[in-house]
Ligand binder design. Sequence first.
Ligand code: XMP
Length: 319
Amino acid sequence: DWTMAEFRKAKIDEIREQVGDKRVICGLSGGVDSAVAAVLIHEAIGDQLTCVFVDHGLMRMGEAEQVVSLFRGAYQIPLVHVDASTLFLKGLEGVTDPEKKRKFIGKTFIDVFEDEAKKIGGAEFLAQGTLYPDVIESVSFTGGPSVTIKSHHNVGGLPERMDMKLVEPLRELFKDEVRELGRELGLPEIFVGRHPFPGPGLAIRIPGEVSREKADILRKADAIYLEEIRSAGLYDAIWQAFAVLLPVKTVGVMGDGRTYDNVCALRAVTSTDGMTADIYPFDAAFLSRVATRIINEVKGINRVVYDYTSKPPGTIEWE
Ligand code: XMP
């Protein structure tokens, strides 16, 4: 029976003991897990830690800026911010298959991270925000069905290729405990309570071919949706909520003109672990407010629909 304050102290001692005076590199994803791991490790070993944030240009609105200002500003943790958006978006040209998108993004992420690690002179240790469910999931599939629904990527593949020792201070924790530890470490609530976001980012929320222009449109719609969810006080009751930009154009009317633009789908689910999920039952007034704002404020979208599919049979993401 321990408290988060005790856990924090014990882990700091453990990290110091493991790492000694060697250097550690940590890849930040923009998510809660890697941020909490990095802040904890920084508390233990200070400037022996360097963080690398590979920005694939497929983050949500303001996300990259938030990571950079939190680390460089509030915590003064050395951070290499790589804007690799051109590399990622060029490479995704013509790619429409969901698994090919994932594989390309995963591989490119590792390439960029590895290059940056070399540039800063390497390190003996690689830090990761691996959680307990990740640990179980990677061993629990023996004997299970041999179908891959989606090849999830975090930074899987990195450790083997880089031949580094791992520092994984969150291996015993579940998501809610990581959030509690984040609060204990003073991370801002907007960061700690954030909905999960997939490694491939907006690429898997743009069915069909991805482009910078589509990502910009989606980012705006998504930001409006989340802003309305927050101001309705619903954010914490929802596991994940996001917009999807469909590769379907429909006819509309705006003022006295005809429009011919894309459809935006809204998704919101409740879940405890992401394995199964139920749709969030917004009231009609809320949804119509969001739809009106998106159509009025986002050029390129003229129709909004709500996704009523639970998991199973649907998955949470559309790809
Ligand atoms: P699905 O769509 O499989 O999603 O029902 C379950 C949870 O996993 C997230 N997700 C991913 N996370 N890389 C990730 O890091 C991925 O490729 C990926 N695909 C889905 C999804 O956002 C949800 O939380």
